[in-house]
Design a protein. Structure first.
Length: 45
């Protein structure tokens, strides 16, 4: 699952992105699967 939310408050643009990254560590070479989630908030004028 991946999500993206965009909104504008007054003159500021706000963007929130994130999702599940369960296979990322094993894709990078790990022999074990590690459950993971991540997210970021961007504030632009």
């Amino acid at each position: 699952m991946v999500f993206k939310i965009q909104t504008k408050v007054k003159s500021r643009k706000i963007e929130v992105n994130g999702g599940r990254y369960d296979n990322l560590i094993s894709d990078l070479g790990s022999k074990i699967k590690v459950p993971a989630v991540g997210g970021a908030i961007n504030l632009n004028d």
